[in-house]
Design a protein. Structure first.
Length: 342
């Protein structure tokens, strides 16, 4: 994700969470002795002379700690999946499919390890599939070196799961190794579909104007509609085509979803979908001049692959409403995934 670019547009990422859980998801009030404000019990001291775990092994052990389980021993992600698989559930009779979607712009860290073990582990538990997908939507920072490093690390860390498919030399992801760039053509068409439906427009404001007019701040001031928000479908289609043809400089035009500039969730204030980038891509070369923003690409990639359970870390909690909006408003979406955070 190009978080620096999004920050310059005033698009929030991380920071305070917006609670999007339904009442059935809210935890019961904890006892005073186990409240979040209580101090954690000290860890028992290691036996004298006991060997220390190797750094990588210790990282895997720490990251594999499951989400808090309920009285029946199941955590909320397991309950979610089992409810979907039950008779009458959303996924009854279907295969569970998760995914691990890193951006190939660096090496993995401990947070990635937690996501790897959660997604591959749940797929294993429910006899499903976990895809490895590289979110290569930001050509300026991505390299093949990182792709190969990430593949090696995923193979290493999933050894803790003793995956059946790896016992005879197979890969944790089996044959499901994907790239966001595999879907650039389809996602571009989804953007065109939203323009034709009057749900996306090309904005000619400067990045500074976009950020200023999004509102927000300490009091979460409402946003202001772009003066270009009501362009005709025909003009938007023409401009979006010209963006891809390289007829406009970087930063001059931005394709945005047409949602609600006064929405309390900043992520729904006409979020960006495509920006112009004159950069060579590590897989597609110079074919594309426009690249999708992660929030637009994320759900589309899940839908195209047939992902059933899109499991994200907590910084994406207040992005879920936007994930759902795209899934509900793109008319040709092939599959309806659901997102949940841990």
């Amino acid at each position: 994700m190009d978080s620096g670019y999004l920050a310059r547009l005033g698009v929030p990422f991380g920071g305070p969470q917006v609670t999007l859980k339904g009442p059935e998801e809210l935890p019961a009030a904890p006892a005073a002795s186990t409240s979040a404000s209580s101090k954690a019990a000290p860890k028992p001291a290691a036996a004298k002379g006991a060997p220390k775990a190797a750094p990588k092994a210790k990282a895997a052990q720490d990251a594999s700690a499951p989400a808090a389980a309920s009285g029946d021993g199941k955590n909320f992600l397991e309950k979610w999946i089992e409810g979907d698989l039950a008779k009458g559930g959303r996924c009854h009779g279907k295969k569970v499919m998760t995914r691990f979607p890193p951006e190939p712009n660096g090496y993995l860290h401990i947070g990635h390890a937690k996501s790897i073990l959660t997604n591959f582990g749940l797929a294993q538990k429910y006899d499903g599939q976990c895809n490895l997908r590289f979110d290569d939507t930001n050509p300026e920072t991505e390299e093949t070196e990182y792709v190969e490093s990430i593949k090696d690390d995923v193979c290493w860390i999933t050894q803790a799961l003793n995956l059946e498919q790896c016992k005879n030399g197979g890969k944790p992801w089996r044959n499901s190794l994907f790239f966001a760039s595999d879907y650039f053509e389809q996602m571009h068409q989804y953007a065109v579909d939203l323009i034709k439906a009057g749900k996306a427009y090309v904005d000619s404001q400067t990045p500074e104007e976009v950020q200023k007019n999004r509102g927000g701040g300490k009091d979460n001031a409402p946003g202001v509609d772009s003066p270009f928000r009501n362009r005709s479908v025909e003009e938007n289609l023409k401009l979006f085509s010209e963006m891809q043809e390289g007829k406009h400089p970087e930063g001059s035009l931005l394709l945005r979803a047409k949602i609600d500039m006064q929405h309390p969730n900043m992520n729904l204030r006409d979020p960006p979908m495509y920006r112009i980038r004159f950069a060579s891509h590590h897989r597609t070369g110079d074919r594309w001049k426009v690249y999708p923003i992660y929030d637009f690409a994320h759900g589309n990639e899940d839908a195209i692959e047939g992902v059933s359970h899109s499991i994200c870390t907590l910084e994406f909690e207040n992005h879920r409403a936007l994930y759902d909006w795209f899934m509900e408003n793109i008319p040709t979406i092939p599959n309806r995934p659901m997102q949940k955070e841990f």
